[in-house]
Design a protein around this ligand. Sequence first.
Ligand SMILES: [Fe+2]
Ligand SMILES: [Fe+2]
Length: 261
Amino acid sequence: MSLHLRELNRRGVVALAAALGTGLAVAARGLLLPDRATAQPGKDNAEASGGGEDVSATENLMREHGILRRTLFVYADIADRLRAHAGKVDPAALVDAAKLFREFGEQYHERTLEEQYIFPEVRHAGGPNEKLVEVLLLQHQRGREITDYIQAAGSRGSVGGDAEPLARALASMARMYHAHSAWEDTAIFPAWKKTQSKARLDELAEKFEEIEHQQFGKDGFDDALDRIAKIEQAFGLATSTSTRRLRFRNRAGWPSRAMVR
Ligand SMILES: [Fe+2]
Ligand SMILES: [Fe+2]
């Protein structure tokens, strides 16, 4: 449980700087953004066909990010709650969130799709994205360490004495992985797509669906959607359309109008 997040973050920054060489810009609060590892999306290769929903390979990857980002929003909200009143956080729901991130994010999305099908080809193509892939791999590893930590913390049945370190872990994970998925969506996936023929993209769209069914024994995306919805509900963050207006039940974290007056 002795995960020294501050040190890990510092080392992450050093590794990132080393990997990107001089081509980086430093943004606020220690978040590093590459300034040129940004291959532009090319002409729209034809999207995949076949299968019930006609989900292309890149759409498949990006909607998986949607599930992971929803988990990160839960993490960020829990971090705020831990800092405010630790006793109100349901440790079982926190473990469910970390388990979803592990199974759907780390074991399937990262290890099976990105690390086997996407990253090797982007690396092979060279250019600035080759170095960005090194950073993304480090972040995959860092994320897995943090997931271990969150699972262990939640499995103890209550969060008390370690509320602040746990809050830091959750907030750090949310910040790192929001950037991670944004870089993949805007630089890596478009770069990868440009290296593929239409026929190969179609083939891989089907392959990714096949892998998902093999790995989860059912539609993994639909299953993950159900799981994140239940987790959001457990934390009072579920959305409701019952009044035809989408709204968060808990609006405490919304920016207030007073902020911009
Ligand atoms: Fe990734
Ligand atoms: Fe990803």
